[in-house]
Design a protein around this ligand. Structure first.
Ligand code: ATP
Ligand code: MG
Length: 384
């Protein structure tokens, strides 16, 4: 059973119980563009309690928003009840959510026409807003008046830029105009929601979208990211991995600003090291640097130093140097802590073992010592 078949099973069940149900959102858009792979979201006329009553395996994900997650085989589907939203005082959460029975009413709350399509069980497309035409024209248009829709939820502006990169579409003139007027509202949006969109965005070629962010003045309000993105446009270089993107933003602001973001600590740690190495302008990556920081990070530092600071690009050299390292991890050493304990049976195990291993590791990396138990034992006896 694939994802689509699993969704169809759920749709059949809802239909049999007398409810309308449609595939909505990105899946339908991508399907019309001949692409596959996005998650399938479902929308239905059934109330959340009814959906819960019909399916055995459900998870209450967002009952407040009318969403129930249904598990079918190894797949999970979010099923959202048709609803309307009204008056967003805080520009990001609707004050009132009301369930409705018609999909035509539900589409009014959706962001863009290309995202407001529905697909029935038999593959028929339902389009109340001209979304098919806009997909054919490669145009991003809001459902309803752009200014009002961005006023309700300012994240939609960033989503417009994200879809521009992801799909290679253009923003409609009204969308551009509204972004010029309402761009400052992005400051009301939580950093978590912004990170989600930016991460999706830079998985694609985001240069044009970033350029347009500058032209519309939107970039000015993007806080931590503004200066980094400005530099990327200036240098015509946008990385397509998020860590590299964040490193550029850090270089253009500060480590402290990075530390304030809700990002996993191990990623922050890599960014700290990388931005330091870029600042120093490291050109040659010796075996110690390669061993300590790993291949991925060294390649990234070299790319950044090349694209931002004009230093030579040495990706292949770094790659081959890394491959010829005698050891890539501490545990690749053939001589282990146990061997040391055997050598010094009268000594109590402690931090000194780690010190010896560090030294051995260094000697092996420098090519002074072969990674063989016999050689290393001799070396340790002589030097420690
Ligand atoms: P993809 O899955 O490729 O990221 P998507 O269109 O499915 O794209 P999601 O973020 O998964 O995007 O959202 C699913 C659907 O929910 C959208 O297609 C859109 O109809 C609606 N939607 C999501 N976020 C908003 C929003 N901020 N305002 C209005 N509608 C939204
Ligand atoms: Mg989606």
């Amino acid at each position: 059973m694939n994802q689509l078949q699993a969704a169809q099973n759920i749709m059949k069940e809802l239909n049999e119980q007398g409810h309308e149900v449609l595939i909505v959102g990105g899946y339908v858009r991508d399907h019309l563009m001949g692409k596959v792979g996005s998650d399938i979201d479902l929308a239905t006329s059934a109330k959340p309690e009814e959906v819960q009553g019909i399916f055995k395996r459900t998870i209450l994900t967002g009952l407040k928003h009318g969403t129930v997650t249904v598990v079918e085989g190894k797949y999970q589907f979010e099923i959202t009840t048709y609803r309307t939203e009204s008056s967003y005082q805080d520009k990001r959460h609707p004050d009132e959510v009301k369930y409705v029975l018609q999909f035509e009413e539900d589409v009014r709350r959706r962001d863009f026409t290309m995202n407001a399509l529905g697909m029935t069980l038999d593959g028929h497309i339902i389009d109340h807003v001209g979304g098919i035409q806009d997909i054919n024209d490669c145009m991003i248009r809001t459902v309803g008046q752009a200014e009002q829709r961005f006023n309700e939820d300012a994240l939609r502006m960033l989503r417009a830029f994200r879809f521009m990169s992801q799909l290679g579409f253009q923003l409609d003139d009204d969308v551009i105009q509204a972004i010029k007027e309402e761009g400052n509202l992005i400051q009301h949006i939580s950093i978590e929601r912004i990170l989600v969109e930016l991460e999706k965005m830079i998985a694609y070629d985001a240069l044009k979208a970033f350029q347009l962010m500058i032209e519309t003045g939107f970039l000015h309000y993007l806080g931590f990211f503004s200066k980094g993105i400005e530099l990327m446009v200036k240098k015509s270089y946008v990385p397509n991995n998020f860590k590299e993107f964040l490193t550029i933003c850090t270089l253009e602001t500060s480590i402290e600003s990075l530390d304030g973001l809700p990002i996993a600590n191990y990623i922050k740690k890599d960014i700290h090291i990388a931005s330091e190495m870029v600042s120093i302008g490291i050109v040659d990556f010796n075996s110690i640097l390669l061993f300590r920081n790993g291949l991925e990070l060294c390649l990234m530092v070299n790319r950044l130093n090349h694209h931002l600071n004009g230093l030579p690009l040495k990706q292949e050299k770094i790659q081959s140097d890394y491959e010829s390292l005698p050891i890539k991890k501490l545990c690749d050493l053939k001589f282990k802590g146990d061997h040391i304990i055997d050598l010094y049976q009268d000594k109590k195990p402690g931090a000194w073992i780690g010190d010896i291993l560090d030294d051995v590791c260094l000697q092996v990396l420098l090519g002074e010592l072969e990674n063989e138990i016999v050689n290393i034992r001799q070396y340790v006896l002589k030097n420690h």
